[in-house]
Design a protein around this ligand. Structure first.
Ligand code: NAD
Length: 353
């Protein structure tokens, strides 16, 4: 199939009339990704609330918006889209405080456990919230053209998927992970699980192991998982955040391969995080590999598309809300399945007769 790589979309369409955004939580991801993205897109962010008033004030000053002194004040902002950028354990209480029928983007993960995800889903339904989860990898400039190519049939039927990470992640940048029981799959590989679901749907089961490393005390930083889709679809994740032996053999790639074509993405951000290297997308739809020239990077551009889709859905400009809570629940279920699988004994190897 001939495919014009330049004709594939790399950005999500913008809402005709952007709505005011109220940010709840003024932490690292807001400063590094949400605000740069919204500034770039021209989304009006009217104010921020954080239980740490000094953090809210500093964030408000940096980005030229209002710092609310109470949650009640923040949720009273008329016509706002609420942007929860809080730790997963805080989501439920904040959602309870929102006005019924409000639009809200919830940072991933959707709660600390599957039970919390279920409680969040039920609450959103009871309050008729227009709620989506910030699985922004789906909107990255390298992912949108890939999804379009797959939707156009350029790869044929996807039958082989591999996520391969072999690098060093500076976990010290995320102090909240220290002491958590669930780390790698719950906060990192959850993005890959969600993207795989976006392309292939829900697997029927998983095999998984997820481990720490003798050089630090985080609960898990290495994962091996097999997602079981159907008899002829192979799907594996091989994730090692502890390859601290120089750049030469470090790697961060996702390969989607169909029966007619293949794609490889390089997740440049993860190499030399947070400075990152450029992302890459390569397609082979018969013949030579073609590199798709990318006009943006995963961070912050994916956060633009994520918010744009929510706002367009509110306005009736998009028919589908990506990663709506009812869909995102299944990504949480997949995370849960991986952790359950990881604690299940493997098939014993037969002993010598
Ligand atoms: N989608 C992504 O790619 C991505 C990337 C990084 C982090 N995250 C998620 O974003 C969230 C925040 O991460 P971070 O790195 O910014 O963490 P952080 O610790 O830097 O910031 C969290 C902020 O939330 C505030 N907070 C906590 N409880 C609150 C409450 N009830 N009301 C208002 N504010 C409250 C804290 O005071 C803090 O300022 C986490 O859930 C994390 O998993 C997502």
């Amino acid at each position: 199939m001939t495919l014009d790589p330049l004709a594939l979309p790399q950005t999500w369409p913008m809402p005709a009339t952007p709505r005011p955004i109220v940010v709840l939580g003024a932490g690292g991801i807001v400063q590094d990704a949400h605000m740069p993205a919204y500034r770039k897109a021209g989304f009006p962010v009217v104010g921020v609330f954080d239980i740490d008033a000094a953090r809210a004030a500093a964030c408000a000053e940096r980005w030229g918006m209002r710092a609310y002194t109470s949650l009640a004040e923040a949720v009273a902002e008329p016509g706002a889209v609420f942007d929860l950028a809080t730790p997963p354990g805080a989501h439920l209480d904040l959602l309870r405080a929102l006005p019924d029928g409000a639009a809200v983007l919830i940072q991933k993960p959707m709660g600390r456990t599957l039970d919390e995800a279920t409680a969040i889903l039920r609450l959103c339904q009871a309050k008729r919230l227009m709620a989506a989860v910030n699985f922004q990898l789906r909107f990255a400039p390298m992912v949108l053209p890939l999804r379009a190519a797959i939707a156009q049939g350029a790869l044929g039927r996807v039958v082989d998927v591999e996520v391969h990470l072999n690098l060093v992640t500076p976990w010290a940048l995320f102090p909240f992970l220290k002491g958590l029981d669930r780390v790698e799959i719950a906060v990192h590989s959850i993005h890959y699980l969600d993207l795989i679901r976006a392309v292939l749907g829900n697997p029927v089961g998983v095999h998984a192991r997820t481990l720490g490393h003798p050089n630090h005390d985080l609960a898990q930083t290495r994962t091996a998982a097999i997602l079981d889709f159907s008899p002829d679809v192979r799907c594996v994740m091989s994730i090692n955040h502890d390859h601290d032996f120089g750049r030469r053999f470090q790697d961060a790639m996702i390969r989607f391969e169909g029966d007619k074509g293949a794609s490889v993405m390089k997740l440049g951000l993860l190499l030399d995080y947070p400075r990152g290297e450029p992302d890459e997308l390569w397609l082979n739809t018969g013949g030579d590999w073609v590199q798709v020239p990318l006009s943006g990077g995963w961070f912050p551009d994916a956060f633009v598309g994520r918010m744009a889709n929510l706002q367009r859905f509110m306005a009736g400009e998009d028919a589908t809300l990506e990663s709506a809570v009812a869909d995102a629940w299944h990504t949480m279920a997949l995370v849960e399945a991986c952790f359950r699988a990881a604690s299940t004994p493997a098939t014993p190897v037969p002993e010598a007769p």
